[in-house]
Ligand binder design. Sequence first.
Ligand SMILES: Cc1cc2nc3c(=O)[nH]c(=O)nc-3n(C[C@H](O)[C@H](O)[C@H](O)COP(=O)(O)O)c2cc1C
Length: 206
Amino acid sequence: MSEFLKAMAFRHACKAFDTEKQIPAEQFEQILEVARTSPSSFGMEPWRLIVVRKPALRKALKSACWNQNQITDCSELVILTTDNDTVRSGTPYVRKMFERRGLPSDAVDTYMGVYKNYLEPIECDEVLLENWTAKQCYIALANMMTYAATLEIDSCPIEGFDKEEVEAILDLEYGHSVAVLCAFGYRVNPQSPQKRLDVKQIIEYR
Ligand SMILES: Cc1cc2nc3c(=O)[nH]c(=O)nc-3n(C[C@H](O)[C@H](O)[C@H](O)COP(=O)(O)O)c2cc1C
């Protein structure tokens, strides 16, 4: 089996983390690097990651996250937030993101136009915009979890939270929102068998 498939088999949504075991700093930095280097639509990298280490903050977040023990018990808690306002079409941020490709200014203008056409029907609705930026976070999330599994580090993605409450606790800047959380650490219980639909139920060839 390839290393990648081994990691896919190792990864599960870890419910109980060993509170005594810390992820080595170098490995955690690599997990964050995997998020940083993940792909995003138009290369806009809307994600802004918050690593929560303060016990009091973890405790406050836990009650806003369905009281899930993973929030307080994991070794590292990553909150994938998004900066929705800077990625709106026409902002200096968007221009910079295209300019860094080393394109001539007329090509940058073309990109700005294509981006505007794409984003206008999305950015006119704050929820649609938040969902679009959140989608990018899920790519980073998946990459982080699978990479962590290659290091035999467990994880649990967390969508079970009260968004408004978590955003208030984090005191996010205007235009920022929370997409998803992820706890990383080490399991205390053996992994339960992976339950998945059969290939035939989910894949169709046309
Ligand atoms: C986006 C996302 C959000 C999730 N949120 C939670 C959560 O809040 N709490 C939890 O215990 N598991 C959560 N899960 C875990 C799923 O329930 C789990 O991945 C699924 O049941 C498959 O099990 P496995 O990952 O152990 O193979 C989440 C998974 C994903 C992908």
